[in-house]
Write a protein that binds this ligand. Sequence first.
Ligand code: GDP
Length: 304
Amino acid sequence: MITFLSGGTGTPKLLQGMREHLPDAEISVVVNTAEDIWMSGNHISPDIDTVLYLYAGILDSKKWWGVHGDTFLTHKVLKDLGGEEFIAIGDRDRATHILRGAMVRRGLDLTECTRELCRLFHVQVTILPMSNTPVSTMVETSQGTMHFQEFWVKHHGLPAVRKVYRTSEKPPAASPEVVHAIQESDAVVIGPSNPITSIMPILECKGVMEALSQQRVIAVSPFIGNRPISGPAGALMEAWGMEPNSRGTYHLYQDVVNVFIQDIRDDIEVPNAFQYDTLMSENGKSGALAMYILEIINNFNSIH
Ligand code: GDP
């Protein structure tokens, strides 16, 4: 069993590559939920949805969110009627959010909702929300303070970022399932996801760092030089007080990481980093990176 810590783009690309080598049933994915938001009365969990759709074989892997070939009729009608829906939600995608919202209202926690959705989508992998406590990533910007989704989707990531912080009713704890998955794995992979909005929310859940410190942990950088491959990670790292590069990422993870992989094109110096082609621009490349990680895990004692 290998456990991945994931957001909704970079790590899912790596997960897709890992499917070429390992059965889904041997993978657990602990997923960020700090980007979750209720919209039009339904519960969107963007990173869980991406991982769910990936394993269900219905992901729109051009955008890395939503369902392939989805239609947007309901979204269009809602907007025509004056509804406030700043995320373009597809009709099929919305069905997942309706189901999840209904389950939450019935009193299921997010772990139970996700387990049920995995069953409905015939998904073999274990998908685990990082915590059952709702958490939101908030961004303080030149245009006011807003939820990360509002910053990234409604405002297209344009306002200058001053501060990033998390809100939750109580300090989030990792679910027992998350702690168990980390403890029982052969290794944990921190995928190439946004460190501030995808990975740190998971590491901040009580119990995660402690469990990781007893594990073999391999991390893959989402940066090449001073730029992320995609998304707002650079500006968010700076607002977090970190260098927007692999070295900054390494420093965030250094208390638990054993092997840190940066891209072969990345000339930023990172202590003891391994180098490999991490740019998963096509399927074969994610499969090759996944194989490289499996070799590290299999030879862990001799190389670390
Ligand atoms: P989000 O939830 O949609 O923000 O997705 P993630 O946090 O999982 O992924 C976003 C991060 O993935 C960005 O910081 C990108 O730099 C990184 N990323 C995307 N594609 C690749 C890739 O092919 N290779 C690497 N190394 N990182 C990638």
